[in-house]
Ligand binder design. Structure first.
Ligand code: NI
Length: 177
């Protein structure tokens, strides 16, 4: 399959609300997911949403292995999540740094719910229902925001906490979402 160009902030297609995906198990969905995986791997990303490659459907992928580069970040299972619904489990908010493949080279301090439940479907239409916290919950919220046309800078509370990765974290190679 193929690595697709990732749209960057400023492209109006990133600001749309995506529509529901159907056709579970179809060749078209399989091809889309393969392109998304190829693209995410090529760019060493943690997650990718279909709208980031110009496909206006409610499909996201994410996943990261436990890495010595991120001793504080938990592993997140490789997941295909279609037509997701997120429910906050309490009011606890946590701030942490995020990057995004649509804003290469930048990082921002973003508030997210610490504890969530997410539900949706995998590529075969099997139900997914998980209760997660911390980094896993953050990645899911970041990716699902893309389905509603929301990019992480729109959620930053203190805009001084937004800038170039090389300046904020000199010498560190960080992954984007
Ligand atoms: Ni992103």
């Amino acid at each position: 399959m193929s690595v697709r160009p990732v749209l960057r902030m400023g492209d109006a297609r990133l600001l749309r609300r995506a529509g529901p995906a159907g056709d579970f198990g179809s060749a078209a969905l399989r091809a889309l997911l393969q392109d998304m995986r190829d693209t995410m791997q090529a760019l060493d990303g943690v997650g990718l949403a279909a709208p980031q490659i110009g496909v206006n459907l409610r499909v996201v992928i994410f996943g990261v292995e436990k890495s010595p580069r991120y001793p504080d970040a938990d592993a997140v299972p490789e997941t295909v999540l279609i037509n997701p619904v997120i429910t906050q489990l309490d009011d606890e908010i946590e701030d942490a740094w995020e990057g995004c493949l649509s804003l290469p080279g930048l990082r921002g301090l973003v508030p997210r719910f610490r504890n969530i439940r997410y539900q949706g479907y995998d590529e075969q239409g099997a139900k997914i229902d998980r209760t997660v916290s911390g980094f896993h919950a953050r990645v899911v919220q970041h990716e699902c925001d893309h389905l509603d046309g929301i990019l992480y800078p729109m959620r930053i509370r203190d805009i001084t906490q937004f800038g170039y990765t090389e300046e904020l974290f000199p010498g560190q190679a960080l992954q984007d979402e």
